[in-house]
Design a protein around this ligand. Sequence first.
Ligand SMILES: [Ca+2]
Ligand SMILES: [Ca+2]
Length: 117
Amino acid sequence: MARYEIIVETGNIENSGTDADVSITLYGDAGSAGPVKLDDGRDNFENGAIDHFVLDLPAVGRLETIRIGHDNSGDKAGWFLNRVLITDPNETVEFAAYRWLATDENDGKTEVRLARR
Ligand SMILES: [Ca+2]
Ligand SMILES: [Ca+2]
């Protein structure tokens, strides 16, 4: 197991936020962990918000990619995700999205795979 601090930055354009269930999967050179739901009991992923989560997950080795998305539940479920920062015991890695995860925007996908920068 390893401790991962996951910071999720939601965009701040109109309707960027979501109340849908958001899940993330981590992929590294030693395996993967998840999908795991990101929810700390507060109203997460609101317009312009920065949400912090601390998760103990199977260690994946050097982080390479993540998959993050939502289940499209709730009103105006479309979500504009800026980026995800993940700190593991060794480093902090940025995963940049800067895109809609919405059925009615761009490619219509509510899930995306992102590579480390
Ligand atoms: Ca929305
Ligand atoms: Ca929310």
